[in-house]
Design a protein around this ligand. Sequence first.
Ligand SMILES: Nc1ncnc2c1ncn2[C@@H]1O[C@H](COP(=O)(O)OP(=O)(O)OP(=O)(O)O)[C@@H](O)[C@H]1O
Length: 262
Amino acid sequence: MSRIEIDGLTKRFGDTVALDDVSFEVPAGEFVIILGVSGSGKSTLLRCMSGLTTPTEGEVRIDGRPMTAPRPEVAMIFQQHNIVGDMTAYSNALSGGINRSGFLESVLQLQDKSEKQQALEALDTVGLLEEAQQKARRMSGGQQQRVGIARALVQEPNVLLADEPVASLDPGSAQDVMQYLKTASKDKGLSTFISLHQVNIARKFGERFIGLQNGKKVFDGYLDELTIDAIDEIYGDIDTEGMFITQDTDRTVADSDQEATP
Ligand SMILES: Nc1ncnc2c1ncn2[C@@H]1O[C@H](COP(=O)(O)OP(=O)(O)OP(=O)(O)O)[C@@H](O)[C@H]1O
């Protein structure tokens, strides 16, 4: 588990201010959803947290250490899941340990038995043990994303970052992937940050929420504080009323003050 401090984070791309003086702190083990319209700065925030993007001002500290470059204890999952289609689910998962075992060992699968066991356990965590020998490209989008989660778990992170991991999935697969992410996160005590477009899914699975608008933090609170007004604040002019009740969630505005029950 890791404590995360975001301190005065600003990122400019030329004239574009992608993040504007964003600060917040997250104690170890929280499951945090980052909300905001397209272009509000969600990916940039996650990329700064992963060490992939250098902030213009401010810093990200994980367990007190500034993130100046990617570190093995911080794993990132992307929307396009970045797994290798010609490799099996097992080989993809095993490659998550490349930081420990080295590139050549990883390519030749010379990792020791415990690493191989870990890859199988990670596939089990995401419900894909029986598909371990299946080529990734033959799997559905949701299954491929779960392979991506397994690979991230094999990295043995303390912090898990996921940039719109369910954006390209149908609602059922999206909920499956979110459930596996939450279970893995809780089982392993990970501090987890997930950017999402779908407010309903966010409310169903999230504990804490950070809302961004034009690069500024406009919301920081827990589920009971994420009211329609708060959603309106984050999403501005977009009609957000329907985001609270749909077929794929049993939550409504009325139960927004209860604990998440994924
Ligand atoms: N590498 C880059 N070069 C130039 N501008 C960028 C770059 N990355 C992001 N931006 C700009 O920064 C702003 C924030 O982008 P970002 O991708 O962080 O938003 P987002 O909320 O993740 O959007 P989406 O939901 O569409 O992925 C946007 O105006 C975007 O065009």
